[in-house]
Design a protein around this ligand. Structure first.
Ligand SMILES: Cc1cc2nc3c(=O)[nH]c(=O)nc-3n(C[C@H](O)[C@H](O)[C@H](O)COP(=O)(O)OP(=O)(O)OC[C@H]3O[C@@H](n4cnc5c(N)ncnc54)[C@H](O)[C@@H]3O)c2cc1C
Length: 492
């Protein structure tokens, strides 16, 4: 049997493993960690459970073509029904008034205009754009030349319906998210809208995200990251797939320009093909003996703009169910750390998720998005890493307690993760988890194969911008289609 080794058991590695096993390959996944999921993960500290990955899942709606892939890979099952959180964000202003961002476009428009009538014109304009994007989504296509048992259906109507959104793309991709938001006069409205995605994206990414929420997509599968990853792992194992945890790939062995195997900390694994799902930006420079000098790899080396963050998880011995799930608190003075600055705090409140905390407690999490990898790297080098993590935690508690006093008076647990944490656990480049699609930048979809080595395939969030879970699962499938095409095996 044709031996395939998949490096990594994140969402793309599990997806690749499942499709390869289903198509009849002899598959082994090598995972350096002791659990599946990669960046899409959750963990517990003293009874408090922190959802450290998925906040919404693109393709969770049965109307989306990608939904088929989430089901084929067993990611979505009866044990993780989709919750459509609504409102998606809630700003709590200085008077305690709540300004909510709803999924439904007319409800969104009404609430925003009521709060900020001075921005009526811009709000209406934004809502019209969002409406056009309710039909815009990632199409599911097959690799040309691959024989598929069940080809992805091509529905011309699907593409025709995307035309109104496509016509808006040239303008929106050349305006930054910040420039777009600057058109709104109301400060609190700007704070609310700027919490939707990372601040360096283009306006297209913002409108596309709101459009996805508005069409009923972007739900949250019950049980979050870990349940979904475990569902995929069980699906993979049921197909006969093998997995080796705590096994770190150190080198892809190549002879005569062909893959021969993978060298790991636990010895060598023979392979006729290798699917690399470690962040491709990092993998191309650390898994091969010779420098890979191919145009797409060099473009990725030069152009990858990484989305990074510091994650803060808090366990508070208090019932915070008076607050909504996602709260945005505008700051009078920016909160600054690690060379980054935030003008609002966006907090996820898991008070409604009783299983996330011990009796009478609440779990809160926060993503402080910003370019801080080199700050933390330097702290590691000069021995101040732990001290700085502690300092960040203390400053954050102080800042947040202005809005939620129990955070200072009743906090029991604090957990801080930095890009160095993500780098250590997942090997991702600069500890990042998506690519930023900036104003004016090209939307790169990289080829998943190399001309210089036969039998190497890439999958994962870095392969298509901006990345995230949908790209991870989709490129895992595409990598196996490339393999099937090259080996003449039917893709199942
Ligand atoms: C805080 C946070 C919030 C997020 N929120 C969302 C969200 O709401 N929606 C969304 O769509 N996306 C979200 N994402 C992004 C999403 O989680 C990632 O883009 C996605 O999980 C990436 O999957 P992947 O398989 O491409 O890569 P990874 O998850 O990085 O998987 C790679 C795997 O390979 C393993 N590995 C790496 N190198 C080696 C090696 N040499 N040997 C063996 N194993 C190796 C790693 O341990 C890892 O398990 C979020 C990410 C973070 C961190």
């Amino acid at each position: 049997m044709y031996k395939v080794v998949v490096i990594g058991a994140g969402i793309s590695g599990l997806s690749a493993g499942i499709y390869a096993a289903r198509s009849g390959f002899d598959v082994t996944i090598l995972e350096q960690h002791n659990i599946p999921g990669g960046l899409s993960t959750s963990w517990s500290r003293k009874g408090y459970y922190f959802e450290g990955g998925m906040h919404w899942l693109t393709g969770s709606s049965p109307k989306m073509p990608l939904n088929r892939i989430w089901h084929e890979t067993g990611a979505l099952q009866d044990n993780n029904p989709i919750e459509l959180r609504d409102p998606i964000y809630n700003l709590i202003d200085e008077n305690g008034k709540i300004l909510s961002l709803y999924r439904d476009i007319s409800q969104m428009q009404k609430a925003l205009i009521e709060y900020a009538p001075e921005d009526k014109h811009m709000i209406k304009k934004m809502c019209r754009a969002v409406k056009d994007f309710t039909n815009f989504h990632l199409p599911v296509l097959d690799v040309r030349g691959c024989k598929c048992k069940t080809p992805a259906p091509i529905n011309p109507m699907e593409f025709i319906k995307m035309v109104p959104a496509i016509l808006r793309v040239p303008y929106l991709m050349n305006v930054s998210y910040a420039e777009y938001l600057a058109k709104f006069k109301n400060k609190n409205l700007r704070h609310l809208l700027s919490s939707v995605i990372g601040y360096r994206y283009n306006a297209l990414s913002f409108i596309y995200t709101l459009g996805s929420f508005a069409c009923g997509d972007c739900g949250y599968p019950d049980g979050g990251s870990i349940r979904m990853a475990n569902n995929m792992l069980e699906t993979y194992k049921a197909l006969g797939g093998k997995i080796e945890f705590r096994t770190k790939a150190e080198n892809v062995k190549v002879e005569d320009y062909e893959v021969r195997g993978v060298v790991t900390n636990k010895g060598e694994f023979e392979a006729d093909a290798v699917i690399v799902t470690q962040d491709a930006r990092a993998a191309v420079d650390c898994l091969f003996d010779t420098m890979i000098d191919e145009p797409w790899v060099n473009t990725m080396r030069h152009e990858a703009v990484t989305e990074q963050n510091m994650f803060i998880g808090l366990g508070v011995k208090a019932d915070l169910s008076r607050l909504p799930y996602c709260c945005v608190f505008p700051l009078e003075k920016p909160f600054e750390y690690a060379g980054c600055k935030w003008t609002e705090l966006r907090i996820y409140n898991y008070a409604a998720y009783k299983e996330h905390s011990p009796e009478g407690g609440t779990t809160l999490t926060c993503l402080l998005i910003g370019d801080c990898y080199y700050f933390w790297k330097a702290a590691k080098a000069d021995g101040t890493y732990k001290e700085k993590k502690k300092e960040l935690g203390e400053l954050f508690v102080k800042e947040l307690s202005q809005f939620i006093p129990e955070v200072a008076s009743a906090f029991e647990v604090i957990d801080v993760a930095t890009p160095c944490t993500y780098e250590r656990y997942t090997g991702s480049y600069e500890g990042s988890w998506m690519s930023v699609w900036e104003k004016g930048g090209k939307q790169r979809n990289y080829p998943q194969t190399l001309d210089s080595i036969w039998g190497v395939y890439f999958a994962g969030q870095r392969i298509q911008m901006p990345g995230g879970l949908p790209i991870a699962v989709y490129t895992g499938r595409l990598a196996v289609q490339h393999l099937c095409r090259d080996t003449g095996i039917e893709f199942v």
